[in-house]
Design a protein around this ligand. Sequence first.
Ligand SMILES: [Zn+2]
Length: 332
Amino acid sequence: MGEDLERLKQRIPLLEYLQRHNWTARRVGAQPEFVGLCPLHQETRPSFYVNARKNLFYCHGCGRGGDLIRFVELLLDLPFRQSVAHLEQELAPSAPASELLQQTATFYQLQLHRHPQAIRYLEQRGLRDPALIEELGLGYAPGANLRRHLAALSYSFDRLLQVGLINSQGRDAFCRRVIFPCRQHGQTINLYGRSIGTAFPHRLWPRSKGGLFAWESVRHFSPVILVEGLFDLAALWQAGFRNTTCAIGTHLTPTQLAQLGDRSGRSVYLVFDQDENHAGQTASGQLARRLEGAGVSVRIASLPFGHDPNSYFVAGATAADFAACLHQARSL
Ligand SMILES: [Zn+2]
């Protein structure tokens, strides 16, 4: 039991769990320590501290502290055993959930070729290589037929609702989205859906985003190229930059940070969006400092203003143009 608990806590670091639940924090001092508003009591000034190395929290406001399981006990008002069960079920990509996600991804993959609007969308984003579309397992969720398909495979309505694949009206949660399955160790652990219509563009199934995208095939490269979005990754893979990975956003989980630092001497190119509000540039700088702190050598590449890697290729850039951007990348 004790060993299992240690493994559970290692698999779901406290900081990552909190961030997944939208806890925002700033780093304090040289220690891997973070402070933010306490999720357990009402406060206006941050007094909730997390030590990422020790995997412990303490709140100076309400005087409570402990490990991840203690946090779940307090947050959800559950007894110890139920808290452990809750974590196991909610966060660990359990085999049945992974199977269900894989069934869903396979179904969406078949739908892609039956919906010309989805193929047109991929073309607009510059994705034309059928072999790459197949390799990435890209799919399309038209919106109202997943439930029937999975019911035939004896998944109940309640189960699909509970895991968030359909809404209470029985429609697909990923309705009218191009789907990228996120895989890890041969299992589908999450789905990312990009809206092709007017809905909010990005949707990630509310579970762990897992490690870096396709890390198993990218990890043996140095340098590695890190981009924000999966369409950026697809464009770069299509142009031959197979050493590209993606964190789905500019925020890296501790797991993803650890992956980039998993071998000595690795260098990383950050190629984030060049946007007007400088969000991408600010994120690059912050991430570069964190990575340098972890012993990774970082270069920040700048694309022409207003571009991300995907739009850059759509606008006609070639692999040589992109290589030139990498060549001009600067260190901190
Ligand atoms: Zn508190």
